[in-house]
Design a protein around this ligand. Structure first.
Ligand SMILES: C[S@@+](CC[C@H](N)C(=O)[O-])C[C@H]1O[C@@H](n2cnc3c(N)ncnc32)[C@H](O)[C@@H]1O
Length: 940
């Protein structure tokens, strides 16, 4: 039967040439014949009879290809002459280059071959000889040999094959692997025989094979490939196997010299006779399996065993948080099965998703001697799935990996995703590849230890698939979403013993996964933009990072807005829009975040998205609920108008449309903005830690350096994580200031500021929190803040002051003072702040002449002036006796630690440090907080 796809190419109008094949047709040594007729109907009938069990787990076998999946049939005869209108003969031939020559899929013949082999093998595996002898006898048994050679010649990744065995996905998977029997470890062949016996004949017939597997795995060579046994086989058996191997060299080299058992290539090439023009198509076919399973780490569960036992070992990248909780269980699983376990523990924080983190994994893989044929095991959530998957894509150009999903996001979205990636230059997912796992395992048992905030964020991905792909899933989430959250998807409390609810949880997870795969696997390389799973991901990329929101919370805002736009576009009725907003809100996700007030950022995101999507917005939104539509035209004016309309609707929802624990820092994660993502050697040196990191990265041992860098880098993040979190207004100042760098540069150019200011000048959360603490602890009433900048320290202290407290803040740059005033405007504490603009020294004199004195002074201006300002504070009594002086940047970038010549600022900091040390009116301590903060108490 001709491959229809290829036939359409060679006989179409562009190819009005006689076609001749360049490949000789190899003879079939085992006498398989080509079948004419409708294979799919034969296959469908066979499938019905073949069906052993309706699998209780979801298993999706994905095969994506141009040509390989369909396989090429040996009977493909193409017309020698094609006639044009007028019946002219076109004599010049076009060369057709076929690459493979696979057998037709005849399900009944395959099934009877497998059944016969199992029947004949059963007594052999039960013999009392050694397992090695039994294996040799088994391989010499003609029915086993015939089955193996038959399967080795099949297009096992093809659609025909999938359809023929669609009712028994475990059998299908076994056949896909059996094709490679010649290069499989002995114990893997035993595993496949056991699976086939179980699927076709039932558990009792499978029992002898299971026992055979057990004893075989105790022999020293069970990990050696079948082909290494050839010299021990009978002469006839050896000759047959070698004949088959030789045949396969030409017919399908994948089966005899494979690089991977999970992917195949195909191509189809046409060349003019003089070879001056060549037209070709190429394809890669991948195969993958997804399992929704329970108790994966219990030794009786063989999902991981079946992969790693034959290999004798498992190299794994494990999320550090997962390792802390489940590390011992993982170790025990592999130890129990006698599988060597090499574990690479890696951070799973969004802030640790840089190319350096990927590189660190690559270095560890090299150290572990990772082979390109052995699937790496990746254990963790979305970030680990992305970066370890990306490392696997890069290692030896592509290395297979198994994804054991421990978080809800990886369990239904990032886990089986072919899109693996890392951040770069402050852009999310700038680098990446398309590299799906060969096996994805989702076990919601892991979710019991997840922070409720992370669960909510994962539910956003379920809602996304429900709205775009599956109304029945949407109805399930409407009914059960809040309970799923409350019970951590049936993993805590009484829900664990509620079988009906357990089934609901499995159904929700399975349906979400299925919807995801349905959206993604037909468009693996994103060759078009009709991508339903991008719902909720069009506008929020512009504000997610600066808002500090969890990804799922940001997606919630964007899904809500998308639903509103769908209603406005008449894609869905109002009632469906309301249902969508209600589900998002009921699941405690955010519909509206104040950062969305920045319409310009939302518009910028849309513009960037259009560019990313090849010139089309193609924003996926429901049309109707449960199905996908795409919005392609949305002007800036309408976008801004809709955003405001949407806001007013959101305000009527519980929590005024806000989510519960929306921000990363509220659920124990570092703020993704808190870590600079520039490569360390280019990083802006602000603190001594930065300096150390920049120095370390110049050395050669990248693995050791990487570790140290990660730890050092984590110090500031840890301080921020475990200190009281800032108010909304302070957070807003950080966001506004972070965005302000281009403005300062512009202003400096125009002469609006005398000096280039930088967003990095901000004191920030940790220092702000310390100042607040000092104000409260010291019952401070009057504060002097020298160096206003964008107003963070002033407002932080004002928030901590009593109602009658006062902050006087000094700033020489008019523009900075103006920006600070804008930043305070909405705070209820604005009335406590008095801003003065001018040179600090001049302003101090004026304050002194007014008889002012302060309980707390925060000094944070140009360092060369520090000591003079300190002297003024002391001489004039502006710092009262019993008062406290806090000075920032007293370690000034660690310059003194280098032993090299200090900058002017470094000199200024050192002059103050030395002055304080020599002055017995004060008691001081230098804290290594960020760039060094010195506290000096005036005792007389
Ligand atoms: C490091 S920033 C202050 C940061 C601020 N305390 C905060 O919490 O974000 C220093 C600010 O002091 C201002 N400044 C520097 N030297 C000054 C001086 N001699 N007199 C007045 N302002 C000065 C700068 O323009 C800049 O805005």
């Amino acid at each position: 039967m001709a491959c229809t796809k290829c036939a359409s190419l060679v006989s179409g109008p562009a190819f009005l040439q006689p076609v001749q094949s360049t490949r000789p047709r190899p003879a079939s040594s085992l006498g398989q014949s080509h079948v004419q007729g409708d294979e799919s109907s034969v296959a469908a009938t066979a499938a019905a009879t073949a069906s052993a069990t309706a699998s209780a787990v979801l298993a999706v076998a994905g095969a994506v290809s141009l040509g390989a999946a369909s396989g090429r049939r040996r009977a493909a005869k193409l017309p020698k002459v094609v006639r044009l209108q007028g019946a002219q003969t076109m004599p010049s031939p076009t060369l057709e280059i076929n690459y493979y020559d696979l057998d037709a899929v005849e399900a009944p013949r395959i099934l009877s071959a497998v059944r016969l082999a199992i029947k004949m093998a059963s007594p052999i595996v039960q013999e009392s000889t050694s397992p090695e002898e039994r294996l040799l006898k088994l391989l010499s048994e003609p029915s086993v040999q015939s089955m193996l050679t038959t399967v080795s010649r099949l297009p096992v990744f093809s659609k025909e094959m999938a359809l023929a065995f669609k009712d028994d996905l475990d059998l299908l998977l076994a056949l896909k692997q059996l094709k490679y029997f010649w290069n499989l470890p002995q114990s893997q062949l035993a595993i496949l025989l056991e699976v086939m016996a179980r699927q076709l004949e039932g558990p009792s017939q499978a029992a002898p094979f299971q026992e055979f597997l057990r004893v075989l795995t105790q022999t020293p060579n069970h990990g050696k490939n079948i082909k290494h046994l050839r010299d021990e086989l009978s002469a006839e058996a050896k000759a047959e196997y070698l004949r088959n191997a030789e045949y396969l060299e030409t017919a399908d080299a994948h089966a005899v010299y494979p690089t991977s058992i999970y992917r195949q290539c195909d191509g189809f090439t046409l060349a003019t006779k003089d070879a001056s023009t060549i037209e070709a198509v190429m394809s890669t076919t991948l195969t993958t399996t997804i399992k929704i399973a329970r108790k994966v780490l219990e030794p009786s569960n063989h999902l991981l065993y079946n992969i790693y036992k034959p290999l004798g070992r498992c190299v794994a990248v494990v999320d550090d948080k997962v390792d802390a909780i489940y590390g011992k269980e993982l170790d025990a699983y592999f130890a129990d099965h006698g599988i060597e376990f090499k574990k690479i523990v890696s951070s799973g924080n969004e802030a640790d998703k840089d190319i350096r983190d990927v590189e660190r994994i690559l270095v560890s893989l090299k150290k572990a001697g990772q082979g390109r044929h052995e699937p790496l095991l990746v254990v963790g959530g979305g970030v680990i799935a992305d970066i370890a998957g990306f490392a696997a894509a890069l290692y030896s150009r592509n290395t297979p990996y198994v994804m054991l999903c421990t978080s809800i996001v990886s369990g239904i979205d990032a886990g089986p995703s072919p899109r693996v990636c890392c951040n770069g230059f402050d852009y999310k997912n700038l680098y990446g590849a398309y590299h799906p796992p060969v096996l994805t395992i989702t076990d919601r048992g892991f979710w019991k230890s997840l922070h409720p905030g992370w669960l909510r964020h994962g539910v956003a991905e379920i809602i996304k698939m429900a709205v775009m792909k599956d109304l029945s899933l949407f109805e399930l989430v409407e009914q059960w979403g809040p309970k799923c959250l409350e019970t951590k998807f049936g993993t805590v409390g009484d829900s664990v013993n509620d079988p009906a609810f357990q089934d609901v949880c499995d159904l929700i997870v399975g349906k979400a996964m299925e919807g995801y795969v349905r959206s993604e696997y037909g468009n693996l390389w994103e060759t078009h933009q009709c991508r339903p799973h991008a719902y909720g991901h069009t506008w929020c990329p512009g504000y997610e990072l600066p808002s500090g929101m969890l990804h799922g919370q940001a997606v919630g805002t964007c899904m809500g807005f998308g639903a509103y736009l769908a209603m406005k576009s008449d894609f869905i009725p109002e009632i469906e829009c309301q249902r969508i907003l209600k589900v998002i809100s009921d699941c405690e996700l955010c519909l509206w975040h104040p950062i969305m007030e920045d319409g310009a950022a939302v518009w910028r995101s849309q513009v960037a998205m259009i560019e990313k999507r090849g010139g089309n917005l193609a924003a996926p939104i429901p049309r109707p609920l449960g199905e996908s539509g795409y919005l392609n035209d949305l002007s800036e004016e309408i976008l801004l108008q809709r955003l405001q309309e949407y806001k007013s609707i959101c305000l009527s929802y519980p929590r005024q449309g806000r989510g519960v624990e929306e921000h990363c820092t509220e659920v124990g994660l570092a703020d993704p903005q808190s870590k600079k993502m520039a490569p360390p050697d280019d990083r802006f040196v602000v603190t001594p830690t930065d300096l150390m990191i920049a120095t370390l990265t110049k050395t050669q041992d990248t693995a050791a350096v990487g570790e140290v860098v990660r730890m050092l880098d984590g110090v500031d993040g840890m301080v921020v994580k475990y200190s009281t979190q800032p108010s909304e207004a302070l957070r807003n100042i950080s966001v506004q200031t972070a965005k302000s760098n281009p403005n300062w540069a512009e202003m400096e150019k125009k002469g609006a500021t005398s000096k280039l200011l930088e967003a990095e000048m901000i004191s920030g959360q940790a220092e702000g929190q310390l100042l607040q603490l000092l104000v409260k602890f010291g019952r401070v009433k009057k504060v002097l803040d020298i160096g206003t900048f964008t107003g963070y320290s002033s407002l932080a202290m004002a928030e901590a002051l009593p109602e009658d407290g006062r902050v006087v803040t000094l700033e020489r740059q008019e523009e900075a003072a103006k920006m600070a005033a804008e930043n305070w405007a909405s705070s209820p504490h604005v009335g406590k702040i008095e801003s003065r603009v001018g040179e600090a020294q001049v302003l101090l004199q004026a304050l002194a002449s007014q008889g002012e004195s302060f309980d707390l002074v925060f000094l944070d201006v140009d360092k060369p002036g520090y000591f003079a300002l300190y002297q003024t504070l002391m001489e004039t009594g502006l710092l009262r006796v019993g008062g406290l002086l806090a000075v920032d940047n007293t370690m000034y970038k660690g310059e003194e630690l280098t032993g090299e010549k200090l900058s002017l600022n470094g000199e200024g900091a050192r002059a103050l440090n030395a002055g304080l040390l020599a002055d017995d009116r004060v008691l001081q301590v230098m804290l290594p907080l960020r760039d060094g903060l010195t506290l000096a108490f005036r005792q007389h």
